[in-house]
Design a protein around this ligand. Structure first.
Ligand code: GLN
Length: 456
């Protein structure tokens, strides 16, 4: 892995920080010694994990892709990271992202642009583009990302890997740099459903440091990955699969549609009962998401004042210290979100924007709940397009935001979703992966993983 990172990293730029070889090899030696001494090894012993750089690690920098946190080293590990280390995993480094998770291409990082391993002239998706590219290029085995509006699922689709967004509350957010707290979750990347499921199992569970983490029992997601000998018995027979009509319409690439339809046919062959469902409120998700995510971020990002964390730029007095630190520390997309969010929350506009968006959120959540009473899982494309060229949408934020329409509803409803590769689009000299999304009922990750494992 270290050799592959050395050879591929100059082209990909997936990592903002790679742990020194000797630090990694020392951990590997410690595991070897444990084996020699017949000591018990954790379930992820020796597995190299990449961590999105908005997830805190005590022994490495954590910048969230922002200049304002340049050289910041948190004094603690995020709960998810601590659980990984406890299970024997080796953190190989910190992966690139759009600043604070705000973006869909990883071009919004203050440090570097990550390339898509399938075609270096294209984006890997975002905001967890570094984590997706690193797994896709086998620079590490699995990785953690975060998903506020699709940041695990869309890059998984663009890079042809498996991406898993857990139910809100399944995984502790302690140590995840907050973007929009009511939507943020830590998610998993792997090159197979089993890998993503084992990773989820390791990081899930209640944490007293995150009051929104759930006390629900974590089932053993890993038990079903032993083998597929039981396939003969058609384990998916009768599973009710609802295909969301509104996600196959205008603005979705025809080649994406045909690949996802192919995946649906495959599920039918596996014995699923497929029908179409309509979610008339689906298209309201995008505007509601951008009002809510910007509003929450404007509040969350007020903590970067040049005093408590990160970079400080002095001024003549306190207010100019704040404004200089923020003006120089934040990039343009982040500033735009703070402005939009502050506007939406301001007196006089609150009812028209924030409150309205919350009402829409309730409608969306209820419509998913109703659809998931009649269906076991729901299906949509993961993104309206395959990976596009670096620079193509950089100056057109609305076009970029529109690319999130398949994923944001799932965050508004707090549901789990699994993205899997389901085909390819060929064009000229490139072949690009297509991903589809399976959405489950709250805390029903087990079913998503089972279906995904049998599907692949
Ligand atoms: N692209 C979306 C945004 O910019 C989602 C990002 C995310 O999930 N972190 O807000």
């Amino acid at each position: 892995f270290l050799d592959r990172i050395r050879r591929t990293e100059p082209h990909l730029k997936s990592f903002l920080y790679v742990s020194p070889d000797d630090a990694i090899l020392k951990q590997a030696d410690e595991l070897d010694n444990k084996i020699k001494n017949n000591e018990q090894l954790g379930p992820l012993a020796g597995v190299l994990v990449g961590i999105k750089d908005n997830i805190c690690t005590s022994d490495m920098p954590s910048t969230a892709g922002s200049r304002i946190l340049e050289n910041y080293r948190p004094p603690f590990d995020a709960t998810a990271v601590r659980k990984l280390k406890d299970s024997g995993a080796i953190v190989v480094g910190k992966t690139n992202l759009d600043e604070f998770g705000m973006g869909s291409t990883t071009e919004g990082s203050a440090y570097q642009v990550t390339a898509n391993p399938w075609d270096l002239s294209r984006v890997p998706g975002g905001s967890s583009g570094g984590s997706a590219a690193a797994v896709s290029a086998r620079q590490c085995v699995v990785s953690l990302g975060s998903d506020t509006g699709g940041s695990v699922r869309q890059p998984a689709a663009f890079c042809g890997v498996v991406g898993l967004k857990p139910t809100y509350g399944r995984v502790s957010r302690y140590g995840l740099v907050a973007y929009a707290s009511s939507l943020d979750v830590i998610g998993c990347f792997g090159s197979s459903v089993a890998d993503a499921g084992i990773l989820l199992h390791t990081i899930s569970g209640y944490d007293k440091f995150d009051s929104t983490s759930s006390k629900r029992e974590v089932p053993d997601f890993t038990s079903q990955f032993a083998g597929k000998d039981y396939l003969e018995s058609k384990p998916l027979k009768g599973l009710r699969v609802g295909v969301i009509r509104e996600t196959f319409g205008d603005g979705v690439d025809p080649e994406v549609i045909s690949s996802v339809r192919g995946a649906v046919t495959h599920l039918e062959e596996l014995g699923c009962f497929v029908s179409e469902v309509s979610l008339p409120s689906f298209s309201l998700g995008l505007p509601a998401y951008y009002v809510l995510a910007s509003s929450e971020s404007s509040s969350n990002l007020s903590r970067y004042d040049g005093i408590r964390y990160g970079n400080q730029v002095l001024g003549d007095e306190l207010n100019s210290l704040y404004s200089h630190s923020r003006a120089q520390g934040f990039g343009s997309e982040v500033k735009m979100r703070i402005l939009m969010g502050t506007y939406a929350l301001s007196a006089g506009y609150y009812d028209a924007f924030y409150k309205r968006a919350q009402q829409v959120r309730t409608i969306i959540r209820d419509s998913f709940r109703a659809a998931l009473e009649k269906n076991d899982i729901l299906i949509s494309p993961a993104s309206p397009s395959v990976a596009y060229k670096i620079g193509e949408k950089k100056d057109d934020p609305l076009a970029m935001y529109a690319g999130d329409k398949m994923t944001v509803n799932v965050n508004l409803a707090g549901l789990p979703a699994l993205v899997l590769p389901c085909g390819f689009v060929e064009g000229g000299s490139t072949v690009l992966p297509v991903g589809f999304q399976m959405i489950g009922a709250a805390f029903d990750e087990e079913r998503l993983l089972k279906v995904g494992h049998i599907f692949e």
